[in-house]
Design a binder for this molecule. Structure first.
Ligand SMILES: [Zn+2]
Length: 302
C-alpha cells in the first residue's frame, strides 16, 4: 500500500519533523490533537488528497472489529517514535510532566541535528529561543525554586572561568526563563518584537549583578530589557529602587541636547524617574533587592 501511494519514506519524515519542530520553536502538539501540524508537514511534502486521506484497516479478531487509522498520521507517529528512541525528541508523555502539555519537544541533540539539516551554524544556538527538553527543565527549576529571604546573587564557585556545556545550558535556561516571565517585553519601555522569521526575540535577559561580577543565572538576578535599555542599565544610566521604580542618573542633565535621541524618541527622558517597571505575574520571581542594591551601589551613576 505504501508503494502504491508513494508515501514519503520514514527517514524523510523524520527529517521533516525535526525541521518542523525547529520552525515551531522546538515544540509541536501531539498529532492526535492537532490537525494543523499534520497538514503542515503534509504540505511540505506536497501530498495529494489521496495520500492525506488514505487509511489502514486493522482487524481485531478477538474483539471482532475493524479499526481504521490514517496512514499519514501513522507515518508521522512512527517517525516521531523513532526520533524519541534515538533521544532526538521527548515524547508527549515526558513533555506533559515538564510543561503540562502533550507535545513533542526537541532535545539538545535533536536541536543540533535540526540546525545541521538547515545548515545553520551551531554557534547560533545560543541566540535562538528554540525550546529544548534540557533547557526547559532548567527554566522550570528557575521558575519554581522558592524565593529565598536573604538571597545571595553572587556565584562563589565561578572563580575559575570555564565554559562547559552545563554553563551554556544554564545561561540559555536563564535567558528563556526571564523572557517568558516578562512576556517577551522590555520591562522599561514595553518594546515587544521578534525577527521576521519569528525565530528570535529582540528583548534580552539582563543580569542585575553581571557575570563579570560573578552574578548568578537566577530569575531574581534578572530583568527583560530591549537592547538599548540593556546597554543603559549595564553602564549605569539608570537603576532600580526596591519598590521597582526607575531612577535615572542626574548626569543626564549635562548631556548635549542632540544626545540619546532616535528621531523624537529620547532614550533616557522617555523613561521617567519613579515610573514602575513591568513585572512578571508572580511576586515570587520579581528581582531581588539584594541584587538591585548591588547595582545601585556598584553600577549606577547618581
Ligand atoms: Zn526598552
Amino acid at each position: 500500500m505504501l508503494k502504491k501511494l508513494k508515501m514519503p519514506i520514514r527517514n524523510e519524515v523524520e527529517e521533516a519533523l525535526l525541521i518542523a519542530l525547529f520552525k515551531h520553536n522546538g515544540v509541536i502538539k501531539e498529532f492526535g490533537s492537532s490537525e494543523e501540524i499534520v497538514a503542515e508537514i503534509a504540505d511540505d511534502f506536497g501530498l495529494n488528497e489521496e495520500q492525506r486521506s488514505a487509511y489502514l484497516k486493522t482487524i481485531y479478531r478477538k474483539e471482532n472489529r475493524v479499526k481504521k487509522s490514517s496512514l499519514w498520521h501513522r507515518l508521522l507517529f512512527r517517525a516521531a517514535d523513532a526520533l524519541a528512541k534515538e533521544k532526538y525528541v521527548s515524547r508527549p508523555t515526558q513533555t506533559l510532566k515538564l510543561m503540562n502539555k502533550r507535545e513533542w519537544m526537541l532535545t539538545e541533540s535533536g536541536f543540533d541535528k535540526a540546525l545541521a539539516l538547515l545548515n545553520i551554524p551551531a554557534s547560533k544556538k545560543e541566540f535562538l529561543p528554540t525550546k529544548s527538553y534540557e533547557v526547559q527543565k532548567i527554566v522550570k527549576k528557575l521558575h519554581e525554586t522558592k524565593r529565598p529571604k536573604d538571597y545571595n546573587p553572587f556565584d562563589k564557585k565561578k572563580k575559575v572561568v570555564k565554559v562547559s556545556k552545563e554553563t551554556t545550558l544554564r545561561t540559555r535556561g536563564f535567558r528563556q526563563a526571564i523572557i517568558e516571565a516578562y512576556d517577551c517585553k522590555c520591562s522599561v519601555c514595553g518594546l515587544k518584537i521578534y525577527s521576521p522569521d519569528t525565530l528570535s526575540w529582540e528583548v534580552e535577559a539582563a543580569h542585575i549583578v553581571p557575570h563579570r561580577a560573578n552574578g548568578k543565572d537566577d530569575i531574581w538576578n534578572g530583568i527583560a530589557l530591549c537592547h538599548l535599555h540593556h546597554w543603559a542599565f549595564d553602564v549605569g544610566w539608570f537603576t532600580l529602587l526596591n519598590n521597582y521604580t526607575v531612577q535615572i542618573s542626574s548626569r543626564e542633565d549635562s548631556l548635549p541636547s542632540d544626545f540619546g535621541k532616535v528621531g523624537n524618541y529620547e532614550l533616557l527622558k522617555s523613561i521617567y524617574n519613579d515610573s514602575r517597571i513591568s513585572l512578571p505575574g508572580r511576586k515570587e520571581i520579581y528581582p531581588h533587592k539584594n541584587a538591585m542594591n548591588w547595582h545601585r551601589e556598584n553600577i549606577f551613576h547618581q
